[in-house]
Design a protein around this ligand. Structure first.
Ligand code: CCH
Length: 361
């Protein structure tokens, strides 16, 4: 029986904590399911609802929770997530005032925190959208691909800020023509050279001059694109410490670590410590550990040790769990807020939701 939402009910942080606690409870009611927890599949739901964001069209992301609608719910990448959505539906019935986007991302936060991971700063404010806002297929990563694909997918997320600057002295400045580092576009800049090179050196900052608004009052509009960088891509990928692949969902099979319901940096440790060989089977190309043959890596996981820049971060995370937890927490919090207009959030700062254990203490 769905509880009725009282008129003018404004949920407090404690109300959201109750939702968190209920998710934590239901997560463990999974005796016969996988490795005994719904945590991993709940995290995957939160990530797939957030990771569709496209900063250029400002569509996708967790704001509207459009995976409730076809065809997005039927996209190949979302196979199996009906399990997670059904669990969340139970919680929604008990707390009908929460939006689906808030519920699903809070589920991701609860999954990480209850399975031994770091605190993930989170705040509510997402609103339910309509089927018209559902995203096209192909926005989520394809596990059979390489590092270029991984970067393209994560670079598409992020956010754009437009700045307009007046340069009254513009005609006297040197001009730079360069090709866009990702899309190969030609970029013409009339800026002090130092400004451009400093911005370009920062991988997460792509300063692009769009147009000279007027020849008579020279000014530039600058698109500053804040996107996920290599370090954040690697950090997020380490979520594969949790859960497993299911041949009837993605086609791939097996867990990445020996403790798929505990969040650790084992994913990175195993990438370096095990010898990985291609699995001989009829399924899609995946790797298995040579020593036991019971663990797996996707082609996109393996590029994290093949690509030089990715590898540097993967090694740092394999060596330092504290650093890994800190970076993962920041990147995941950012992922979950992609595309949610700042004014929608009920609080200017993200909250710390308490774990079940912390509440007992
Ligand atoms: Fe993932 N993931 N993921 N993944 N993923 C799969 C399962 C999980 C890719 C592919 C797959 C992230 C990034 C990527 C989880 C969290 C994250 C599966 C198996 C594939 C395939 C699905 C199945 O068969 O059930 C690819 C490619 C990328 C590239 O970036 C990120 C980022 C996150 C979270 C932050 C979790 C958790 C699972 C386990 C789900 C379960 O049911 O156990």
């Amino acid at each position: 029986q769905a509880a009725k939402v009282k008129a003018n009910f404004v949920p407090s942080k404690e109300d959201y904590q109750k939702v968190y606690n209920r998710i934590a409870e239901i997560m463990d009611e999974a005796d016969d399911y996988d490795d005994g927890s719904y945590g991993p599949v709940l995290l995957r739901l939160a990530w797939h609802s957030s990771g569709t964001y496209d900063k250029d069209t400002k569509t996708g992301g967790s704001n509207y929770a459009t995976m409730r609608f076809e065809p997005e719910s039927l996209h190949g990448a979302n196979a199996g997530l009906n399990v997670a959505r059904e669990i969340m539906e139970k919680v929604k019935k008990e707390f009908p005032w929460i939006s689906y986007g808030d519920l699903w991302t809070l589920g991701g936060v609860a999954a990480i925190q209850e399975m031994g991971g770091p605190n993930i700063p989170w705040r509510p404010g997402r609103i339910d959208g309509t089927a018209a806002e559902a995203t096209p297929d192909g926005r989520l990563p394809d596990a059979s691909q390489g590092s270029d694909h991984l970067r393209n997918i994560f670079y598409r997320m992020g956010y754009v800020r437009i700045y307009t600057s007046r340069f009254d002295f513009l005609p006297t400045l040197p001009s730079v023509t360069t090709s866009h580092p990702i899309k190969g576009e030609v970029v013409m800049l009339s800026l002090p050279l130092g400004t451009y090179s400093r911005a370009a050196a920062r991988k997460d900052l792509d300063l692009r001059a769009c147009s000279i608004l007027s020849l008579w009052t020279p000014s530039l509009t600058l698109r500053r694109i804040h996107r996920f960088n290599d370090q954040e891509i690697v950090a997020l990928s380490g979520a594969h410490a949790l859960g497993r692949c299911h041949s009837n969902r993605s086609g791939y099979e097996g867990p990445w670590t020996f403790s798929p319901t505990t969040f650790t940096n084992d994913f990175f440790k195993l990438l370096f410590d095990e010898k990985w060989v291609w699995k001989k089977w009829n399924g899609p190309k995946q790797l298995e550990d040579k020593s036991t043959g019971s663990l797996m890596m996707l082609p996109t996981d393996y590029v994290l040790v093949q690509d030089k820049s990715f590898k540097k971060f993967a090694k740092a995370y394999a060596d330092d769990m504290e650093l890994y937890f800190k970076d993962f927490s920041a990147a995941l919090a950012r992922l979950f807020e992609l595309g949610v207009p700042t004014q929608q959030f009920v609080s200017s700062e993200p909250w710390k939701m308490r774990t079940v254990d912390e509440q007992k203490a």
